[in-house]
Write a protein that binds this ligand. Structure first.
Ligand SMILES: [Zn+2]
Length: 151
């Protein structure tokens, strides 16, 4: 019997985001705006994972996400898996790709950066998508994933 499958009951139509690092589950939920959604949502955490030891899972019924919405998750939690479900079947299963640019989502840690002193959106480039390092367009400050602070 498949233990992982039993823990995550099937949904008819919707999105399953799997392999979320357990310490990122609630941040991912916030980024997706789950609080404002009216469709049925299941959040699971500390599920056993062969790859990670433990993982988080989010299931959202009757909701499909744009690439832009999904790419925000990848900034915080690389290697997260997307499953799109239609009629109880997985019709799409893949890793979520990190975007090339991140606009208005991440705070620049440099207090002197213009984005911390003017009413404007932050703008980062992904400089190394293996290491998930991003660089501020305005001041050049590089940030590693553990330092990322969301706006
Ligand atoms: Zn900056």
């Amino acid at each position: 019997m498949n233990k992982e499958k039993l823990l995550v009951a099937a949904i008819e139509n919707g999105t399953v985001i799997d392999h979320i690092p357990t310490n990122k589950l609630f941040k991912v939920a916030a980024i997706l705006g789950l609080e404002e959604m009216s469709s049925p949502i299941t959040l699971g955490n500390n599920f056993p994972s062969i790859k990670q030891g433990k993982k988080g899972v989010i299931k959202i019924s009757d909701r499909f996400f744009s690439e832009e919405e999904l790419s925000r998750i990848a900034i915080l939690a690389p290697n997260v898996r997307l499953n799109v479900i239609k009629n109880y079947e997985v019709v799409e299963k893949r890793a979520i790709a990190v975007p090339e640019e991140i606009i208005g989502l991440v705070k620049c840690p440099n207090p002197k950066c213009i984005t911390n002193n003017e009413p404007m959106k932050t703008h980062f480039y992904v400089v190394d998508d293996k290491e998930e390092v991003i660089r501020c367009k305005y001041c050049g400050r590089k940030i590693s994933p553990t330092q990322i602070e969301l706006l």
